[in-house]
Design a binder for this molecule. Structure first.
Ligand code: ARG
Length: 458
């Protein structure tokens, strides 16, 4: 039964009905729709639309509906209602008869859907924060085990300066920390409740909307009814937070794919997160990471899609806004899955520290150290940079690392270079010197790990 049959004499075309209906995706809002309805029943009881006992009956019936679907929302899909709001109302009427028809007094599906999706977003934000924390914890523990795993750091995908695998892990920890805080910020702005805004102009019943808001877990009621029914900022904020985080996860995946390649051989991913080739028996493909990288596309797509849908809409509600749902449902599910799989990828990851160390030693990653050494001997940095460039060209021609050059060879480039140059060219010295806050000095990294652990424990 449609909610709005009175004005119509003809049946909707079946194709249009399918096109227009949203139950097949908005069934996910069932719990929020029921909670919102309980809140609304209390609100209209307070202005005399329902008696105490009618309110009790309605609440009991709504709770029954909730208990029936909560274990598996997908059972709703066997019914043929237009959307989740009509579905809940029809279940209610099945249970309590005509009394159920009173519930929609003073309410519109416009403020109803607005409150449902906002409550759903609040729940999701918290669940996603938990997933982010779990991945951060894993990163910190992998960092802790790999404080001595020296590897090349890159710029332009060229070996640049040595870092440690721990420092690499902690870089992703920081990105996730920002994602976490973006969710907290978004959550603060999700504290206002749109229910009681009516179709667009406000409800004609003198209810206490702030009380209604608090009953539904919000801080207060929204302040403008036109805005309330047409605002989807919270969905956009979650989609942009998801998109930024997917950029992080995609880069994480890409780094690991490179590190896992035969060319790098820096690490091996566990059999639990890799797949074989149907043709080439030797292969072990990093599918988990490739899918994380690949799935970022659909999350960005959901953000771009909703921005585009909303940009030209006149106030207030328009049916276009029903298109907000599939994108946010899919994007948050995808983001959540990627956070989980990223964590799994890290579980049994094996860093080949011999190989990473060897790679860090190649590629003249210590050239900056030699320049700094010359600076300490009074050579201006620009000049030192040039001298070291020449020394690197010479070492390349001999197929040797810088530290294999003799003093006599070094002195062709600058007379001040002495025996004390060798210790500063070592990997350990390269790391040790980067001792200002945020640098790869092992002590600093250990402090970063300790600070992260304290943050995660708090
Ligand atoms: N399914 C609709 C949506 O998701 C619910 C609101 C319908 N409102 C209306 N005036 N038809 O947006």
């Amino acid at each position: 039964m449609a909610l709005w049959g009175g004005r119509f004499t003809q049946q909707a075309d079946a194709k249009f009905k399918y096109f227009n209906d949203s139950l097949r995706f908005d069934y996910r809002l069932a719990i929020q729709d029921i909670e919102g309805s309980i809140g609304w029943a209390k609100a209209i009881q307070s202005v005399g639309i329902l008696t105490e006992s009618e309110l009790e009956q309605l609440i009991a019936a709504l709770k029954e509906v909730r208990a029936e679907v909560e274990p598996n929302l997908a059972i709703i899909l066997k019914d043929d209602a237009e959307d989740i709001h009509s579905w809940v109302e029809s279940k209610l009427i099945e249970k309590v008869g005509d009394l159920g028809k009173k519930l929609h007094t003073g309410r519109s599906r416009n403020d109803q859907v607005a409150v449902d999706i906002k409550m759903w977003c609040k729940v999701q934000a918290v669940a996603l924060q938990e997933r982010i924390r779990a991945l951060q914890e894993r990163l910190v523990s992998v960092a802790e085990e790999n404080q001595n795993s020296v590897m090349p750091g890159y710029t332009h995908l060229q070996r640049a300066q040595p870092v440690t695998f721990a420092h690499w892990c902690m870089a992703y920890y920081e990105m996730l920390e920002r994602d976490f805080s973006r969710l907290s910020d978004a959550n603060k702005r999700m504290g206002t409740c749109p229910l009681g805004s009516g179709a667009l102009a406000g409800t004609a019943y003198g209810i206490d909307r702030d009380l209604l808001a608090r009953n539904l877990g919000f801080d207060e009621a929204t302040r403008n009814s036109l805005d309330s029914v047409s605002d989807r900022d919270h969905i956009l904020e979650l989609l942009s937070t998801a998109s930024i985080s997917m950029v992080h996860l995609s880069r994480f995946a890409e780094d690991l794919i490179i590190f896992n390649s035969g060319e790098s051989g820096f690490l091996e991913m566990s059999d639990r997160v890799t797949s074989g080739s149907s043709l080439m028996p030797q292969k072990k493909n990093p599918d988990a990471c490739e899918l994380i990288r690949g799935k970022s596309g659909r999350v960005f797509g959901a953000l771009t899609g909703l921005l585009t849908t909303l940009k030209g809409l006149p106030l207030a509600y328009n049916k276009d806004m029903q298109e907000d749902k599939e994108g946010i449902f899919d994007a948050l599910e995808t983001w959540q899955a990627c956070l989980e799989i990223a964590e799994l990828v890290l579980v049994d990851i094996q860093v080949n520290t011999e190989r990473t160390r060897e790679a860090a030693q190649q590629g003249y990653a210590n050239a900056t150290e030699l320049a700094d050494y010359l600076v300490a001997k009074g050579v201006p940095f620009r000049e030192a940079h040039h001298i070291v460039g020449e020394a690197v060209v010479y070492a390349i021609s001999k197929k040797e690392p810088l530290e294999a050059l003799s003093i006599a060879e070094f002195q062709q480039f600058h007379p001040t270079i002495g025996d004390d140059v060798y210790p500063i060219l070592s990997l350990e010295s390269c790391l040790d010197k980067r001792c200002a806050k945020g640098g790869v000095n092992p002590q600093r990294v250990a402090e970063a790990i300790a600070a992260a652990k304290a943050n995660l424990a708090s």
